[in-house]
Design a binder for this molecule. Structure first.
Ligand SMILES: *[C@@H]1O[C@H](CO)[C@@H](O)[C@H](O)[C@H]1NC(C)=O
Ligand SMILES: *[C@@H]1O[C@H](CO)[C@@H](O)[C@H](O)[C@H]1NC(C)=O
Ligand SMILES: *[C@@H]1O[C@H](CO)[C@@H](O)[C@H](O)[C@H]1NC(C)=O
Length: 511
């Protein structure tokens, strides 16, 4: 009896194992640290859940879990290097942002697709599903097409103009602000005008610059490839690094799945020294980090001086992610470390305030743990992340170039002393945690779903099959206009003839 139960259990577990264990190929061409880490976090979760994971990327992982294999393309990283610089000096008008990031992707994609390691991999191995980073990565969709296997997208951000066209989701400039603008959903007339202009510019850049170039890149590496329109809109599912607790509620087609916060692990214990520092902090702890793309050592000198002056007058202990060994003029209540376990620090009961660049993962973690924050957004989506955080009531915002002692001090003061910020952060936290399935389980479920249903073609909306004229109903509008014009012409003719006829009659009568 006992033996029978055990063999039955083994049988059932192998059944589960068989359905849930697939060979996944992740391709992440973009070496921006936060975009890369975000994609890798997803692939690691899938490996931990039993999938056999292969990741093609420019970087590679040191602490890869079992069944996780790296195929590193260092040449892609080299190609990206000439675009990397001090991001604090990165100043690009939002109108040309798509053009700039889009064109950076060209050499990365070219290098990825033509790379012998990738070419070899797809010739010699079989996979069940491909996971592609959707960050200006349309050319990559040729890989699942040529392998004839399903794929899904992973977007390191929420729904935006970058993700929408590839899955047929509408973008409404009337109330959905662009990722690169500092607007909320509640826009004034001129903000909507600005938002519409950027939408039109982005559409033109996508259809007339980015897609044709991606088409060229693919055809160079794969001479038999058809035109890009044939294969670049075949995805039915896109996993979005977004959540309603943080992102604006916007329309999403059924294959757009929010998994924002999936990377957040249950907090662990802190290293001994940090635990002591936090526990003994007299008035709590302020945590300061500018994330992984930006380095606080690159901040302008006068701004560093203002920050330290303000910090030195606080009663709180400041934990600062500082990328050097030394910080000249460091006040006594400031503790610097090259790396800090952000998630565990934010979870600590002594945590009072997070000073952040408003990168998406940082905002997700601060909301998850209900910690108010002071945002210093610098570029890309950080501006809109920060605006939404302020709007939700758990954050204040200051731009880097505005930082002075006089401006910074009262902001930190109010964030520490007014409980409304904490209350708003806790409210958002409860929204984020209130869901039927954890974000990581949700991601895992949809990956399995895509495998079971061979790409889940039944979720694909028909808009991807329409030309933009049909999609915007321009042909119908033109038709209706012509009909009205026709009716107007006929009526006009009739009226003229009638008047002529009457005039004739009157004339005759008079004669
Ligand atoms: C792709 O890279 C190769 C080799 O570096 C280069 O010769 C080619 O012009 C590039 N193609 C495109 C479309 O940029
Ligand atoms: C710091 O603590 C001291 C003593 O508790 C208190 O008098 C002072 O007002 C505090 N300073 C600030 C900025 O909160
Ligand atoms: C906190 O919010 C409440 C309700 O919105 C408001 O009445 C109160 O004045 C706020 N408190 C402070 C200190 O801002």
């Amino acid at each position: 009896m006992y033996k029978k139960t055990i063999s039955l259990l083994i049988f059932i577990s192998t059944l589960i194992y068989c359905t849930e264990n697939a060979k996944l190929l992740g391709i992440f061409h973009y070496p921006g640290k936060s975009q890369y880490m975000s994609g890798v976090a997803l692939m690691k979760i899938l490996a931990e859940r039993g999938h056999d994971v292969t990741v093609v990327s420019p970087i590679g992982e040191k602490n890869a879990p079992e069944n996780y294999r790296d195929v590193v393309l260092p040449e892609v990283f080299e190609a990206a290097k000439r675009f990397m610089k001090n991001y604090f000096e990165y100043k690009v008008h939002p109108y040309v942002q798509t053009y700039v990031i889009g064109t950076v992707s060209f050499s990365l994609l070219n290098c990825t697709l033509s790379h012998p390691k990738l070419q070899q991999l797809i010739k010699t191995e079989k996979f069940d599903l491909v996971i592609l980073q959707q960050f200006y990565g349309d050319a990559l969709t040729y890989i699942p097409y040529v392998l004839d296997i399903p794929y899904l997208f992973y977007s390191p951000m929420g729904a935006s103009y970058i993700t929408n066209p590839s899955i047929g989701n509408p973008t409404f400039p009337s109330y959905v602000p662009d990722l690169f603008l500092r607007y909320t959903t509640d826009m004034s007339f001129f903000q909507r005008l600005d938002n519409t202009i950027i939408f039109i510019i982005n559409s033109f850049i996508r259809y007339f610059v980015i897609l044709p170039y991606h088409d060229r890149i693919v055809k160079e590496s794969f001479p038999n490839a058809p035109d890009i329109q044939v294969y670049n809109q075949r995805a039915s599912i896109i996993l979005l690094n977004g959540d309603v607790s943080i992102n604006d509620p916007v329309p999403k087609v059924p294959g757009m799945i929010d998994i924002g916060g999936f990377h957040i692990k249950p907090p662990g214990s802190l290293p001994r020294d940090l635990e002591d520092i936090m526990n003994t902090a007299r008035s709590g702890v302020i945590y300061f980090s500018m994330g992984s793309n930006l380095r606080s050592v690159d901040m302008p000198k006068h701004i560093l001086a203002s920050l330290m002056n303000v910090f030195s007058k606080l009663n709180q202990t400041i934990l600062w992610k500082w990328e050097n060994d030394e910080l000249e003029g460091k006040p006594d209540n400031v503790v610097i470390r090259k790396w800090l376990p952000q998630n565990d620090i934010l979870a600590h009961k002594k945590m009072k305030l997070f000073i952040t660049h408003a990168g998406l993962h940082s905002i997700q973690e601060t909301v998850y743990h209900g910690v108010p924050c002071l945002t210093i957004p610098v570029f890309i989506d950080q501006l809109s992340n920060a605006k939404r955080a302020v709007n939700a009531g758990y954050a204040e915002l200051i731009y880097m170039e505005e930082i002075t002692e006089e401006r910074l001090s009262p902001l930190i003061e109010v964030l520490l002393n007014n409980n409304n910020y904490t209350a708003a952060a806790k409210k958002r936290s409860s929204i984020m945690r209130d869901r039927p399935l954890s974000p990581a389980d949700t991601a895992s479920f949809w990956v399995n779903y895509a495998i079971r249903h061979k790409g889940a073609e039944h979720l694909r909306v028909a808009s991807v099959n329409l030309t933009w004229c049909q999609y915007l109903l321009l042909d119908i509008v033109a038709f209706i206009f012509l009909c009205f014009l026709g009716i107007f012409m006929v009526l006009r003719k009739l009226t003229i003839s009638l008047i002529k006829f009457r005039n004739c009659k009157i004339k005759k009568k008079l004669e």
